[in-house]
Design a protein around this ligand. Structure first.
Ligand SMILES: Nc1ccn([C@@H]2O[C@H](COP(=O)(O)OP(=O)(O)OP(=O)(O)O)[C@@H](O)[C@H]2O)c(=O)n1
Ligand SMILES: C[C@](O)(CO)[C@H](O)COP(=O)(O)O
Length: 374
């Protein structure tokens, strides 16, 4: 059994990337980048264990993709994500890599492992061939190194090195800080880190996303409650009763949230906003939908359209249809033509027919965010 654990850091915010999808969630064919990188690295070497540090909002979702890795919640910084992941490591050695370095070649992994006994931390580097100016001075470029990941460290030493409030931008800097030894090996241009949008041009091992469409259905139902404001699709309906619920009871938005989550395979509304959680008592459902829409985009999807049916004996929906459409289109970041609303009575049958509440059924279609190499 190998004595090396792989940690893949995937908990960043991609704030410099500036696309609607986080870089770890870009699709290469049908695979999110983090899964592609995990499979790629594990095809090069049989690690004892693979640990993935995930953003807290994406941790549960990631678990739907594979049972072969251990997921941990990331932190605010790369270093805190690494510290969380290190708690799960039981081997003598640990290899830590950025998910943002998607195309690391096998040779780099093999060379790191071959050098594992030579120092406390083995680091791939690139030398610099351009002239380097630091502040205003041209400096000796032969003394400049560009540090890459993955880095292979003795686990105990890395844990000790990170037992500080000081922030380091990589593992080797922390180890150097406590007097540990470092060995530099040859890195690779193919290990370039995806940081800015234009870096996609250099990440050649990934293929375009598949053109598949994904559908999900949603259904929600709420009974009426007197003397409460009624909201449907984010619009205040002018009646003197509302919906009984833990939140504001916007049954239409709840149904749409479930359809969106269904389409991207992310469970249901209760997994994101439990009705036992005091934070969501009386919550404005528009805010819940905004959170979900951000999630959908972050994890690499775009919304194509939604269609829904409101089943209500009362109130009358027609006078509000257009406003609901506009409000929902804005919340979903869609053109109005891609939001369709139908309404029907229950022909006086059952509890809806007895005017005791309203149900909404919906369907959403998503596609992968279409990044392209120009
Ligand atoms: N809190 C954080 C921050 C970063 N990372 C990971 O550390 C690596 C290097 O970070 P970077 O490329 O800077 O990614 P982001 O932090 O997502 O990017 P940005 O700084 O532009 O927000 C990435 O694999 C990233 O997912 C992490 O696991 N936890
Ligand atoms: C660890 C690293 O990739 C080495 O070059 C780099 O320091 C990460 O920096 P970032 O600012 O977190 O992208």
């Amino acid at each position: 059994m190998s004595d090396i654990t792989l940690i893949l850091l995937c908990a960043g915010n991609s704030s410099r990337f500036e696309l609607s999808s986080k870089k770890q969630w870009l699709r290469t064919e049908n695979s999110p980048l983090w899964l592609f990188v995990t499979k790629r690295l594990s095809s090069f070497y049989s690690f004892n264990k693979i640990i993935i540090a995930s953003h807290k909002d994406e941790l549960n979702y990631m678990k739907n993709f594979t049972d072969d890795v251990t997921f941990v919640e990331g932190g605010e910084t790369r270093q805190s994500s690494m510290k969380n992941a290190l708690k799960e490591v039981t081997t003598d050695y640990v290899m830590v890599s950025d998910v943002a370095r998607a195309c690391i070649p096998k040779e780099v992994i093999t060379n790191l492992i071959d050098a594992k006994n030579n120092a406390d931390c083995i680091v791939p580097i690139l030398n610099v061939s351009d002239t380097v100016v630091f502040k205003n001075d041209t400096i000796n470029r032969d003394e400049v190194k560009l540090i890459q990941t993955p880095q292979l460290s003795r686990t105990e030493i890395l844990i000790n090195a990170l037992n500080t409030d000081e922030e380091f931008t990589d593992d080797s800097s922390a180890i150097k800080n406590i007097g540990g030894t470092i060995e530099y090996i040859k890195g690779s241009l193919n290990s370039k880190k995806l940081t800015f949008e234009e870096d996609i041009q250099a990440i050649e091992c990934i293929k375009a996303p598949s053109k598949n469409f994904f559908t999900g259905t949603g259904f929600d139902i709420h009974p009426f409650e007197d003397n409460k404001k009624m909201f449907l699709g984010g619009v205040n309906i002018d009646v003197d009763y509302g919906f009984k619920a833990h939140s504001d009871g916007d049954v239409l938005i709840h149904s749409v949230i479930d359809a969106l989550l269904g389409a991207c395979g992310a469970g249901d509304i209760g997994e994101f906003f439990p009705d036992t959680d005091e934070r969501y008592k009386g919550a404005d459902s528009k805010e819940l939908l905004k959170h979900i829409v951000k999630f959908i985009y972050n994890v690499g999807y775009e919304i194509v359209n939604i269609d829904l049916t409101i089943i209500a004996q009362k109130p009358k929906i027609n006078p509000y249809k257009n406003e609901i459409k506009s409000t929902m289109a804005q919340l979903l970041n869609l053109e109005k033509q891609f939001v369709n609303i139908k309404a029907t009575t229950a022909e006086k049958l059952g509890f809806i027919g007895r005017s005791e509440g309203v149900a909404v059924q919906s369907i959403a279609t998503l596609k992968y965010y279409e990044w392209e190499r120009k």
